[in-house]
Ligand binder design. Sequence first.
Ligand code: ZN
Length: 194
Amino acid sequence: MVLEVVRYGDPILRQKGARIGRVTPELQRLIADMFETMYAAHGIGLAAQQVGHALQLAVLDIRGVEDRPSSLELNGQPTDPAALMPLVLINPEIRVLGPGVTGPEGCLSFPDIYADIVRPESIEVRAWNATGEPISFRCGGLLARAIQHEYDHLQGILFIDRMDRRERQRLQPQLDALHAETRMRLSSRQSLKQ
Ligand code: ZN
């Protein structure tokens, strides 16, 4: 089922996700719905907060992007990043390996808003996979950027928090408009319920 993607202005995007204790059938259903939602929106990553659940859960698939390379090291061996896709990260932890690099980013919760963001080029990731088994790998390039973007979501951090001041100032009018539109939509839904 394709879920509604929460937009900037909804307070759930600022909530830190709760640690997941075990993989239940309900969680597997949510994971399947998150993939369906992400593919329908042509995204490469989606965090649980973006579909209304404050949990340590994100899904990713970078196979659709051909012009921005990724690297992957599995068990110490260079591996085709496609081998890891589609990727489910439950309770992820990240260790920074490389220096910061600048790259373009967008977010499904910020339609039509893009900015250059500095993030470490390579990282080590530890998490559970979709069946609750521990996984670990090292990655770089687009995959490392996408995982760090999703990891931030799970902590309630948004890519606008990582923008430099000039990028943030350039986008501020669009951000304010989006925030106001979301708040208005949320309050009209609230009054419908009453
Ligand atoms: Zn995002």
